[in-house]
Design a protein around this ligand. Structure first.
Ligand SMILES: Cc1ncc(COP(=O)(O)O)c(C=O)c1O
Length: 314
C-alpha cells in the first residue's frame, strides 16, 4: 500500500477547567500519523490512492475551500506518490491575483509548493461540482483523472476511517469525533463496539449530516450528533475558543485546530460541566489533525483584531 496501515497512540490527559474538577480523557493522536497527510486525511486517502493507482490514473482531482485541510493533504499525497494534483477551489476572486493569494494563504501556498494546479470557480458553479456536466467540462479541460470528492469522503474513505479504532480502544465507552462531511464518523461508527456510543460534533450548521452518516454507516450501531458547538458555522470562531485552544495546549501539550478538534473539545468539556458524563465514563477523543489550518486562521484573526492561536509549526 502507498500509505501503510498504522495504529495511532492514545494519550491520557488531564485538563483542569477554570471551574470544577480536573477532567481525565484519552486523545487518540491521529494527527501524528504523517507530517502532511495528517489525521483523518491519512485514513481517507489510503484506499483512494490505492484505487487511483490500480486504475492507472496519473492525476488526482479534488475540491475544497481556500483553507481546506483536504486540499493540503491531497497535494502532499500527490507529491509523495507521484500523482499530478488539481484542486478545484471555491471562490473565483482568488484567481484574480494568484501570486498574491499564494503568498498570503498558507494552505494554497503549501499546496502549490507541492505541485497542485488550481482551478478557481465561483460559488454558484462550485455548488454544481458533482453534476455530470461539471465533471465532463473538467475532463475536457484536464483529461483523465481520479476524482476525490470534497472533504475526501466516499466509500473508500469510510473504509479507511474504519481503521481508526482498534482492539485497544474497546475499554472506552464513548468515542468522540469532529464532523465536516460525515465520512470520518461513519467509519468510526462501523468499527465501534456494542458497548460504545459514538458522539459526533459537527463543525457546521445544518441537518443534512444525519442522512449522510446513515448512508455510510451500519444501522445497528449507537451514535449521536451533538450540534451545539459549531460556534456559528463552519470556520467561525471567537475569542473564547482561541483562549481555550491556547490553554489546552499549555496544560496538555496537545495542539488543537480551531475548526474541528478545538470546537469538539470545547464541547466535551462543556458537557462535563453540565453533568452529561459521569466520573466512570471513559472517553476516547479522536484528534483528526487539521493543524495546517491554524496559520491561515491566525491571518484572519489578526485582521479582525482578535487574539491568535499560539502555534509553532517549525
Ligand atoms: C481535521 C479534521 N477533522 C475532522 C474532519 C471531519 O471529517 P469528515 O469530513 O469526514 O466529517 C475534517 C474534515 O474532513 C478535518 O479536516
Amino acid at each position: 500500500m502507498l500509505l501503510e496501515l498504522q495504529n495511532s497512540t492514545t494519550q491520557k490527559v488531564t485538563y483542569s477547567p477554570k471551574e470544577g474538577h480536573p477532567i481525565r480523557l484519552w486523545i487518540k493522536r491521529e494527527d501524528l500519523l504523517h507530517p502532511y497527510i495528517s489525521g483523518n486525511k491519512y485514513r481517507k486517502l489510503r484506499y483512494n490512492l490505492e484505487e487511483a493507482r490500480a486504475l492507472g490514473k496519473k492525476t488526482l482531482l479534488t475540491f475544497g475551500g481556500a483553507y481546506s485541510n483536504h486540499i493540503a493533504a491531497t497535494a502532499a499525497a500527490g507529491d509523495e506518490f507521484g500523482f499530478k494534483t488539481i484542486g478545484v477551489i471555491r471562490g473565483d476572486e482568488l484567481g484574480q491575483d494568484v501570486e498574491k493569494v499564494l503568498k498570503e494563504n498558507p494552505t494554497l501556498g503549501f499546496a502549490a509548493k507541492h505541485g497542485m494546479q488550481f482551478k478557481f470557480v465561483d460559488r454558484k458553479s462550485y455548488r454544481e461540482k458533482h453534476t455530470p456536466q461539471f465533471i465532463a467540462a473538467l475532463k475536457k479541460e484536464f483529461g483523465s483523472f481520479y476524482l476525490v470528492p470534497e472533504g475526501g469522503t466516499n466509500e473508500l474513505a469510510v473504509r479507511g476511517c474504519e481503521e481508526i479504532l482498534t482492539e485497544n480502544d474497546t475499554k472506552f465507552n464513548y468515542i468522540c469525533c469532529a464532523i465536516g462531511t460525515g465520512g470520518t464518523i461513519s467509519g468510526i461508527i462501523n468499527s465501534s463496539k456494542p458497548s460504545q456510543q459514538v458522539l459526533g460534533f459537527p463543525a457546521l450548521k445544518g441537518d443534512f449530516l444525519a442522512d449522510e452518516i446513515k448512508r455510510y454507516s451500519k444501522s445497528s450501531k449507537s451514535w449521536k450528533l451533538i450540534t451545539d458547538y459549531h460556534f456559528g458555522g463552519f470556520a467561525k470562531i471567537n475569542a473564547d475558543l482561541v483562549h481555550f485552544i491556547n490553554d489546552f495546549k499549555t496544560q496538555t501539550g496537545i495542539q488543537l485546530d480551531p475548526i474541528y478538534t478545538g470546537k469538539m473539545l470545547f464541547g466535551i468539556l462543556d458537557l462535563y460541566k453540565e453533568g452529561y458524563f459521569t466520573k466512570s465514563d471513559k472517553l476516547c477523543v479522536i484528534h483528526s489533525g487539521g493543524l495546517q489550518g491554524i496559520d491561515g486562521m491566525n491571518v484572519r484573526l489578526i485582521r479582525k483584531n482578535l487574539p491568535t492561536i499560539k502555534y509553532n509549526n517549525a
